[in-house]
Write a protein that binds this ligand. Structure first.
Ligand SMILES: Nc1ccn([C@@H]2O[C@H](COP(=O)(O)OP(=O)(O)OP(=O)(O)O)[C@@H](O)[C@H]2O)c(=O)n1
Ligand SMILES: C[C@](O)(CO)[C@H](O)COP(=O)(O)O
Length: 229
C-alpha cells in the first residue's frame, strides 16, 4: 500500500503580513516549511512527499528542501492562486508518477507542529473509511450571527469541530472529486471538494498543538508549545 503526502506551500501569507510567505519564516530557529516536510518524511508509513510551491518562490522552496536529507521527496511543483488549485495541481503531479498512491494526506505547510500520532490516526482512518480530516472539538461557546452585533443563535457545542489538516483520501476519489468540482464552487479545504462529489468524510482526532500559523500571534503560541516539548 502506497501512502503519499502533499504539502501545500503555495500561499503568500497575507494575514501574517511578513516580508515573505510565512512558511519561510523561522519558528524557534527552524524554518516552518522544513519542520512540516520533515514531519512527513520521518513518518514510517509515508512513501513519498510532494511539496506544492508558489510559482514565484520555487527557488526559495527548493533551497529549503535541499537541507532535508530524505529520499522520499519528489520534485517540487508550482501551485495556483487558491489553496484548492494548489491541491489539484499537486494531485495531478502525483497522478503523473509511474505509480500513483493508494492514499494521499494533504497538509498545510503552515501547520508545522503536526505530530506523528496525528499523521498515524489519519492513515488508520483513511484506510478504513476512505476520507477523513483531523479535527478537534471546539472548546468555546460559539455564537452564530449574520447581523452582528445582534446575537442570533448558539449552536450546540457538542456538534462543533475545528477542522485541521492532514486531510486524507483514497487517491483516485479525491483526484476525481477535484476534476468534477463545479467552476463556481467556493471551498477552503479538500473535505469540501470530496463532499461536493458525494463522498462521506469522517473526523479523526487532531491535536490542539497542530495550529495553523495564520497571524503573528500564532508564532508566539507555536513557540510556547515547542518550549514545552
Ligand atoms: N494558493 C495557495 C494558497 C494557500 N496555499 C497553502 O494552503 C495552506 C493554508 O492556507 P492559508 O493559511 O490561508 O495560507 P495563505 O494563503 O498563505 O495565507 P493568507 O490566506 O493569509 O494569504 C498554506 O500552507 C498555504 O501555503 C497554497 O498552497 N496555495
Ligand atoms: C484547510 C484548513 O487549514 C482547515 O482548517 C483551512 O481551511 C485553510 O484555510 P483558511 O482560509 O485559513 O480557513
Amino acid at each position: 500500500m502506497q501512502i503519499d503526502a502533499l504539502i501545500l506551500s503555495g500561499g503568500t501569507g497575507t494575514r501574517m503580513g511578513a516580508d515573505c510567505p510565512k512558511q519561510f519564516l523561522p519558528l524557534a530557529g527552524t524554518c516552518v516549511l522544513k519542520r512540516t516536510v520533515e514531519a512527513f518524511c520521518s513518518h514510517p508509513d509515508i512513501s513519498r512527499v510532494l511539496v506544492v510551491s508558489g510559482a514565484s518562490f520555487l527557488n526559495e522552496t527548493n533551497e529549503i528542501l535541499k537541507t532535508i536529507a530524505s529520499e522520499k521527496l519528489l520534485p517540487t511543483v508550482c501551485g495556483g492562486s487558491t489553496r484548492q488549485e494548489s491541491s489539484y495541481l499537486g494531485l495531478c503531479a502525483l497522478a503523473r508518477e509511474a505509480a500513483a498512491p493508494d492514499y494521499v494526506l494533504i497538509h498545510d505547510a503552515a501547520r508545522p507542529l503536526v505530530s506523528k500520532e496525528v499523521i498515524s490516526r489519519c492513515i488508520e482512518t483513511v484506510v478504513s473509511c476512505g476520507a477523513c480530516t483531523a479535527s478537534i472539538p471546539v472548546q468555546d461557546t460559539i455564537i452564530s450571527s449574520d447581523a452582528p452585533p445582534l446575537l442570533q443563535t448558539v449552536p450546540d457545542r457538542a456538534t462543533l469541530f475545528a477542522v485541521q489538516t492532514p486531510q486524507a483520501f483514497a487517491f483516485a476519489e479525491i483526484l476525481a472529486a477535484h476534476r468534477n468540482l463545479p467552476a463556481d464552487a467556493v471551498v477552503t479545504d479538500d473535505t469540501s471538494v470530496m463532499r461536493l462529489a458525494g463522498y462521506p468524510v469522517y473526523l479523526t482526532q487532531g491535536d490542539k498543538k497542530n495550529i495553523k500559523l495564520t497571524t503573528p500571534e500564532d508564532f508566539w503560541i507555536a513557540e510556547a508549545f515547542l518550549a514545552h516539548e
